[in-house]
Design a protein around this ligand. Sequence first.
Ligand SMILES: *Cc1c(COP(=O)(O)O)cnc(C)c1O
Length: 486
Amino acid sequence: MLIFEKGQEGRKMSILPECDVPISLPKEDDQRKKSLHLPNVSENEISRHYTEAAKKAYGVNDGFYPLGSCTMKYNPKINEYIASLPGFAQIHPLQPEHTVQGCMEVLKTTEQYLCEITGMDRMTFQPAAGAHGEFTGLLLIKAYHESRGDGKRTKIIVPDSAHGTNPASASMVGYSVISIPSGEDGGVDLEELKKVVGEDTAGLMLTNPNTLGLFDRNILEITNIIHEAGGLTYYDGANLNAIMGMIRPGDMGFDVVHLNLHKTFSTPHGGGGPGSGPVGCKNLLAEFLPNNLVEEKNGYLFKSPVQSTGQVKSFYGNFLIVVRAMTYLFMLGKEGIPEASKHAVLNANYMMAKLKDVYDMAYPRTCMHEFVMSLSRLKKENGISAMDIAKGLLDHGIHPPTMYFPLNVSEALMVEPTETESKETLDQAITVFRSLYETAKLNPEILHQAPVNTSVTRLDEVRAARNLILRYDFSDKETDKDDTEN
Ligand SMILES: *Cc1c(COP(=O)(O)O)cnc(C)c1O
């Protein structure tokens, strides 16, 4: 039942104090003629309504959430506590600099830590998400070539195992996208790369580990090939939990990188935000970074690079996410950061090893923080698809892995256990995956019916996608009277 369908006409929840300024209504013509349809509910009803809705949702605090590429890991609660401190939470972006020196120190310190981790020289926190970071990073690449009068570089090379946002960002910046296929081992096919690289190459975007969960074995050669052709190299570091503290994009020949603080650096995410996709770059690109970088000179001050590409988000980005990332970095420290990525990789390899005798792995070699399996054999032999297994997992209280992605694997399930899960949780999930496989073999009909233990059972996904109902239909509740009271 929706909130609009609850309560009674005239029931109120008074939380606003009496108005203490003269009421000034808009002109008669500008006034609303029909009811606003605000719910008429008591505080008790509204509280129950949202509690009920929250129970229907599933988050990392409910259970295992191995959604590949999304890093749905546990977010330490101390991050929330620090970010809620009034000195961080109750400031205004237009406050004079001398009143927010501590906050500027947070930006500067986090920039320094993350530059150390990525091997970059400077970093902006303005971008609000990973894809936004890609867009910003590509603007730097574009500005670089333009500043050298090099107008013929119009192409960005993107391997087919890249995250889907990579080609989209490149084309938003106005580049044409050259897609190259993966080689036998799931990495970039060097011969194919050499074929397309040339004087028109602006750069290459590499998702590493790629969307197959694999570290590219030829990464140094790849960056070399691009640099020799005069292009620049972009590292999609959204999944840095696979490598942080172990190896640095800057040392592997990358000029620019984005991170997803809302994945790797432990901020709750999902449902559309908020996020933070900082972009780090080498010195040769730093002069093009968006404005409002923090400099240190008798205290902290904001400064804009001379040839700045401008502003990609208001002020300094989502500041409180940077506070959470800083807290996470301080808590883990120099020892904890590489430890976290070792566990991310260990957990994924453990699950893969315990499942590969039944499920087919897309690339049965050591993986990084996630692995991809293909259910095409099960589909052929027993009519059980990746979707059916995903629905089966729901009945066991497990959030499904990423499905039907990457696109170059048929019937794909992409599993990312993350570093924050215990061995017991992994073992339990392995048992569930294995029992679903058995059910698929012996009793496939059960999986076609799944899920049966959830608040809604199998949805008609096609109808849901084709027949969108995005607004509530009030037509049977319309009243003619002017209803400005609500
Ligand atoms: C999640 C992800 C992105 C996009 O990040 P958003 O914050 O969702 O825009 C880009 N690349 C990779 C590899 C990712 O996993």
